[in-house]
Design a protein. Structure first.
Length: 166
């Protein structure tokens, strides 16, 4: 009889541990979904603000933090370039695009001269990021890609650069 009770206690502990593990996993999954929802909401707000600035020159002037004088039309193009870049980052953050896909997407965006001008004009913006942040890491990846594309002597731009490992 004592052996049976010991077995029941052991089985009960295993069941409790299993339930605890399942609850922990559920909690992590729920937290991840809440984080994705918050990121998506923040992305929508950012995009709405950029759209307002692109439509209204008096609002676009608020976002003029460039080191050099940038004509208004070019500022609006830079705002759109920023929207495209942030959209790609958002897709990566929520898991819709892995790092290799993001790299390929950014490589295509770098084919546009206006986007390259935007990236250079906002270099000092990225300098304020915390060096270990994900955004700073992705910015450095983009810097390397832009540099590699500028230094290449091939017309086959789609093979330039080394995509980061997953």
């Amino acid at each position: 009889m004592a052996t049976q009770k010991l077995w029941i206690r052991g089985a009960g502990s295993a069941v409790i541990a299993g339930l605890g593990f399942a609850l922990g996993k559920f909690t992590l999954r729920t937290a991840h979904k809440h984080r994705q929802a918050a990121l998506t909401q923040q992305h929508r707000l950012h995009f709405d603000l950029l759209c307002k600035a692109m439509d209204d020159t008096t609002l676009a002037a608020v976002l003029d933090t460039y080191d050099e004088d940038v004509p208004l039309e070019k500022q609006r193009q830079f705002l759109f370039a920023n929207a495209l870049y942030i959209n790609a980052l958002h897709a990566h953050r929520i898991g819709a695009m892995n790092i290799e896909e993001l790299y390929g997407h950014l490589r295509v965006m770098c084919q546009n001269e206006i986007f390259r001008d935007y990236w250079e004009a906002t270099r000092h913006h990225r300098a304020s990021l915390h060096g270990t942040s994900k955004e700073a890491e992705l910015g450095r990846m983009m810097d390397r890609l832009a540099r590699d594309l500028a230094e290449t002597d091939t017309d086959e731009w789609w093979v330039v650069g080394e995509p980061p490992a997953r």
